[in-house]
Design a protein around this ligand. Structure first.
Ligand SMILES: Cc1cc2nc3c(=O)[nH]c(=O)nc-3n(C[C@H](O)[C@H](O)[C@H](O)COP(=O)(O)OP(=O)(O)OC[C@H]3O[C@@H](n4cnc5c(N)ncnc54)[C@H](O)[C@@H]3O)c2cc1C
Length: 386
């Protein structure tokens, strides 16, 4: 990959987590950067997110300010089993409605220019670059750009206009609930119920009193029905809901294309930089943004993007047997979590899937047999019933 516009201004479409992070990196390196954001103000819907400690390394103080809780234990449950994994370094619970304005402030201080209430409707190739058609305050403006970054989320206009294929998506829905008395605020609870979701249910404490209980589904209305029934079974009342469709990473697609005379890049959900095991896109989105910013600045594909590809591919490999797991398989999995295997899970994070797989399998070789048997004996589970 090469960037042909060494000092050209950069136009970023979408001013949420990944767009703002990329904007700040580019502006600090001396590039003129404009962010076109569809919303009128920095007031994203609240969203409770769990991330690994790696977010701290990437964001520093601005990330720290968005941390609302920390998690020291994971409790894994099936219908008949329970296992607890203690984390040697805590996971972080962050609030997106705090994180995004913090990133915007940081980007502004680096010199980024913002055009709020600017919704990009399309891109047209020209000899000198691309023309962006921008809806703003009831009128339409045309902007010429030679370097464009699409950070406009799952249903990216930039991606479609530049010819990237549409993404496979899954609904992610969570309810904010009062914490049940038997859950410590530093413990995330995970339930494996493959007859209802091919992923899992979670309850993530965001404070001493409240947490986010959710699931990843396959179909939006069905996921909502499953969540309602699960809340009833757990005797929990929803206070509010948070939901959106998130891309499901299926294969690596290079996040750079030529369109007319412009270089067009994608970051974050727009590029499907999402771990397919957990549908977590924050840390991987920042890493993709870092890689794309470095490509724009230094003109070639870099180690950050290669490492991200490798990691996302490992998550996809790990997801394949899990996609076929029955309740019995999850029971066998929890039974196989010996102190050695738990020790690996406690020290490594889900940002290092290859090392986790290798070291857990060395600690507990029965897991290799379980994965192989599942892959060889069964086709993927049919869609969960409504
Ligand atoms: C309920 C829920 C819980 C989640 N939990 C986790 C979690 O625990 N951990 C984790 O890692 N991930 C989690 N995720 C996923 C994570 O939130 C996303 O991967 C991440 O926020 C993607 O950030 P982004 O900046 O790429 O895109 P987005 O946050 O989607 O931002 C896109 C931005 O582009 C703007 N925009 C869109 N179209 C246009 C346009 N045409 N013109 C101009 N602007 C435009 C939007 O207004 C928005 O500001 C969760 C998602 C949901 C829905």
């Amino acid at each position: 990959m090469t960037s042909r516009h060494g000092s050209a201004p950069v136009t970023i479409v979408g001013g949420s987590a990944t767009g703002l992070f990329a904007a700040e990196r580019l502006a600090r390196a001396g590039r003129p950067v404009t962010v076109l954001e569809g919303a009128n103000a920095w007031s994203p819907e609240p969203r409770t997110l769990i991330v690994t400690r790696r977010m701290r390394d990437l964001l520093g103080a601005v990330g720290d300010r968005a941390v609302v809780n920390t998690i020291n234990h994971f409790e894994l449950l099936t219908a008949g089993r329970r296992a607890t994994v203690a984390l040697s370094e805590p996971d972080l619970i962050i609030e997106r409605a705090v994180l995004v304005p913090g990133l915007a402030e940081q980007a502004a201080s680096a010199g980024v220019e913002f055009c709020m209430g600017s919704r990009v409707r399309g891109l047209t190739a020209t000899g000198e670059g691309v023309t962006l058609e921008v809806g703003r305050h009831g009128s339409t403006e045309q902007r010429l750009a030679t370097t464009v970054v699409g950070a406009d989320g799952t249903f990216s206009r930039v991606a479609r206009a530049a010819g990237w294929p549409p993404l496979t998506t899954v609904p992610l829905i969570q309810a904010i609930v009062k914490l049940p008395p038997d859950l410590a605020p530093d413990t995330t609870r995970v339930w494996f119920q493959p007859d209802e979701t091919p992923f899992f249910y979670w309850l993530i404490p965001e404070s001493d009193e409240q947490g986010a209980l959710g699931l990843i589904g396959e179909d939006g209305p069905r996921a909502r029905r499953c969540l309602d029934r699960f809340l009833e079974r757990q005797h929990l009342d929803p206070l509010t809901f948070q939901a959106a469709r998130i891309p499901r990473y299926t294969r690596w697609v290079p996040p750079q294309r030529r369109m007319g005379g412009a270089d067009v890049f994608l970051v974050g959900d727009a590029a499907a930089h999402v771990k397919v095991t957990t549908i977590g896109g924050i840390v991987t989105g920042f890493r993709g943004a870092l890689g794309v910013a470095d490509t724009i600045l230094h003109g070639r594909t870099n180690a950050a993007l290669r490492q991200l590809k490798c990691e996302l591919d490992w998550h996809r490999r790990l997801r394949r047997p899990l996609e076929r797991f029955s309740e019995d398989d999850y029971n066998l999995l929890l039974d196989a979590l010996t102190p050695g295997a738990k020790g690996v899970l406690s020290t490594l994070t889900r940002d290092e899937p290859a090392r986790v797989i290798l070291r857990v399998c060395l600690a507990q070789p029965r897991l290799i047999l379980l994965a192989l048997r599942t892959l060889l004996s069964r086709s993927p589970r049919p869609a969960v019933p409504s």
